[in-house]
Design a protein around this ligand. Structure first.
Ligand code: F0G
Length: 363
């Protein structure tokens, strides 16, 4: 049971016993976690057979993505270890989160980004929070290679998900889901980029199960964009491309761990097209009022594929009755307004009178 004073305390205070935190760790928190697990009647109806679909809305974390769960732990541990600066590579959200937690901790932060490939909202977040931004002529995989190199020097603490403290923090999302549902779900769907989040969820579900907080483990189902699907194809993609810039990754750092999660859980990995992603993004906003960024919509596009397509790696057509499905949506839609602005086109002003307005809405 959640008590009032636990609200807004952040994931370290709520799940301290499961985290690598000691009394001497200086806790840096922005009140992350405790995100809504929203029941969706429409998605449940789409799956049918009495199944229940829940959307875990990670876009309402302090910087608008799930990264904050891991960042609170990674930055707290970096301070404990007396790091002089933080460094990360990012497709946008990690840098936004690192910049914010670095500001809170009063420690310098360097973010290495693929030039021209970061959604505007995320870039603005990193800048506003005072990070040193270094755009490179390369993609995310190049940026992460550079971060690994520079991390060899002792000046920097790497806060990418190759840092196990990030994974430890992110596993708290699985704890929250089990705490809310009273047990683990039967299926867990999420987008796959660098594959840290899949790794973290699987760690969290396994730990809770080992402590008998749940009676079962979910099948882990990951979705990649068609043009950036190394895990699906089983090979590095040299030039990944997708509208979902957050998951534009060709050589995921946690590839092996995600593969283990998928295999151990009898899960699956599948692909969704950019068109399906944007369609699902609009669907979720228009039918549930949950506005997510494109990478997050890959989960919902994936759910639709599981329902509709016989070719899907995971088919829900014969799903056991009354299964519970959790879909993690990872980041807020406001982070990437440009994708939607393109759909919107030009909105032409009309004359400032009621008659013109009625005419404009077709009445
Ligand atoms: N969704 C969003 C919104 C993301 O920002 C990311 C990753 C993912 C999904 C995929 O998660 O990498 O753990 O498999 N973003 C990283 C970043 C790579 O730099 O912000 P993953």
């Amino acid at each position: 049971m959640k008590t009032d004073h636990e609200q807004g305390r952040g994931v370290i205070e709520r799940y301290r016993e499961f985290l690598p935190i000691s009394d001497s760790t200086p806790v840096v928190s922005l009140g992350e976690g405790d995100t809504p697990l929203v029941y969706s009647a429409r998605l449940s109806a789409r799956v049918g057979r009495g199944c229940k679909v829940f959307v875990k809305n990670e876009g309402v974390n302090p910087t608008g993505s799930f990264k904050d769960r891991g960042m609170t732990v990674a930055v707290s541990k970096a301070l404990e270890g007396k790091a002089r600066a933080l460094i990360c590579a990012s497709t946008g959200n990690t840098s936004a989160s690192a910049a914010a937690y670095a500001a809170r901790a009063v420690i310098p932060c360097v973010v290495i980004l693929p030039a021209g490939k970061i959604a505007s909202g995320k870039l603005v977040q990193a800048f506003a929070c005072g990070a040193k931004i270094v755009p490179i002529k390369g993609n995310f995989d190049d940026a992460l290679r550079i971060v690994r190199e520079l991390g060899e020097r002792n000046d920097f603490a790497i806060v990418n998900s190759i840092n196990p403290d990030r994974i430890a923090g992110q596993k708290t999302a699985a704890f929250e889901i089990v705490d809310a549902l009273g047990d683990a779900p039967d299926f867990h769907l999420l987008p796959l980029g660098n594959a840290g989040n899949m790794t973290a969820y699987w760690t969290g579900y396994r730990e809770y199960h080992a402590r008998e907080r749940s009676t079962k483990l979910p099948a882990m189902i990951g979705f990649q964009a068609t043009g950036a699907a190394p895990i699906f194809h089983g090979k590095i993609i040299e030039e990944p491309e997708t509208i979902a810039s957050a998951i534009r990754i060709g050589n995921p750092a946690s590839w092996k761990q995600a593969r283990v999660a998928i295999d151990e859980s009898s899960g699956a990995v599948d692909v969704v097209s950019d068109e399906e992603i944007v369609g699902a993004q609009m669907w979720l906003a228009q039918n549930e009022g949950v506005f997510v960024e494109p990478a997050s919509a890959a989960t919902i596009a994936g759910l639709f594929k599981c329902c509709d397509s016989k070719e899907a790696a995971c088919s829900f057509q014969k799903i056991p009755e009354a299964s519970r499905i959790v879909c993690t949506v990872t980041g807020h839609g406001l982070k990437d307004p440009d994708v939607i602005m393109r759909q919107m086109g030009d909105l032409k002003p009309v004359d400032a009178n009621g008659r013109e307005v009625l005419h404009a809405i077709g009445l």
